[in-house]
Design a protein around this ligand. Structure first.
Ligand SMILES: Cc1ncc(COP(=O)(O)OP(=O)(O)O)c(N)n1
Ligand SMILES: Cc1ncsc1CCOP(=O)(O)O
Length: 319
């Protein structure tokens, strides 16, 4: 009996911990009161539904004797992974409680609520943090993007200045197929109309495009990224409610030959003053990437050095 109560106690704690992580993401990162309250209600309901006095559960606690106590908490790459891991943890614990607790069937509804909430929170996480300690690879060549994802990049962009819309569409579809086995965001440069048509995660546009009109076209639940070259543009981007900005080109680059470099100072300025996620881009290679990270960027954008994605990620993710 004591052993079963210990199992129940461990799973109540596990479920509450998983729910608490999700709740804090909704509260502090999304500032969404309704989602926060919904998770809090589930978390608080657990002990009532189990109907086993708290004192009995606590008395049975044997954390010292737990054979899995030393197992480390794995490092997660980004917010989406934190959401997925904690929703799974909460749902699994609820399932164990359902099996072992006399009133377990009452917990089934809560488990299904967690499944539904996970879907909502995962979408929100992608919008709030389209990237996090990442290499954002940009190319006109689908094979380059596929390689980048296989090497660990979780956001890639098709940027094709030569082809027509139908070719761009075909290229995007060929990259999108990799979503069957890999979790990554697929962005297109400049073609908002392709977001719905292909089922993309979002679009990146420059200062020559009306970002508000693009938002209107793609809807609130798609990623909108905007290029910025100075802090005024970055502040405007915050008002426009884009999901991320790019800051660059940091150094002169043949990929954007007519664009004046903004220097590392702009990266420092954005890191210190702008709440939005940002990607530093332009002229980055393995010899200077350290200075970009030291200036406050956690994600870099690359065109020419896409082939070094794995090396960059080792530096960025401290692997
Ligand atoms: C992540 C990212 N940053 C910058 C750009 C450049 O976009 P834009 O300003 O529209 O310039 P062109 O692509 O038209 O040269 C980008 N595509 N992605
Ligand atoms: C698309 C773009 N926007 C700003 S710089 C840049 C190109 C960066 O290319 P590279 O990584 O080859 O310097």
């Amino acid at each position: 009996m004591l052993k079963t109560r210990r199992l129940l106690d461990a799973n109540v704690n596990r479920a509450r911990e998983g729910l608490r992580v999700l709740e804090d993401i909704c509260r502090f990162i999304f500032a969404d009161l309704a989602l926060t309250e919904e998770l809090k209600t589930i978390r608080h309901s657990l002990r009532d539904l189990l109907d086993i006095p708290d004192a009995l559960l606590v008395a049975s606690r044997g954390a010292d004797e737990d054979v899995a106590r030393e197992r480390p908490v794995p490092r997660r790459a980004d917010l989406r992974q934190i959401v997925a891991a904690n929703a799974k943890r909460a749902a699994e614990a609820l399932r164990v409680l359902e099996e072992f607790c006399p009133r377990g069937s009452l917990l089934k509804d809560q488990r299904y609520k967690v499944y539904d909430l996970e879907k909502i929170i995962a979408v929100r996480a992608r919008l709030a943090r389209p990237f996090d300690h990442d290499v954002y690879v940009i190319s006109a060549d689908p094979a380059v993007l596929l390689d980048a994802v296989r090497n660990g990049s979780r956001i890639v962009q098709l940027r094709d200045k030569e082809s027509g819309v139908d070719v761009v569409c075909q290229k995007l579809l060929s990259v999108k197929r990799l979503k069957e086995s890999h979790d990554f965001s697929l962005i297109v440069n400049d073609y908002p109309e392709l977001v719905a048509r292909v089922g993309l995660d979002g679009v990146h546009v420059g200062q020559d495009t009306d970002a508000a009109a693009v938002r209107q076209a793609i809807g609130a639940d798609k990623i909108l990224g905007l290029t910025t070259h100075n802090i005024e543009q970055a502040k405007k981007a915050v008002e426009l409610k884009v999901n991320y900005i790019s800051a660059g080109p940091i150094w002169a680059t043949p990929t954007k030959p007519r664009r004046q470099p903004v220097g590392l100072e702009y990266v420092r300025e954005v890191a210190a003053n702008i709440e939005l996620p940002f990607v530093a881009i332009g002229g980055i290679d393995l010899t200077n990437v350290r200075s970009v990270l030291d200036a406050g960027a956690d994600t870099i954008g690359v065109v020419r050095s896409a082939g070094q994605t794995a090396e960059y990620l080792r530096l960025i993710r401290f692997e």
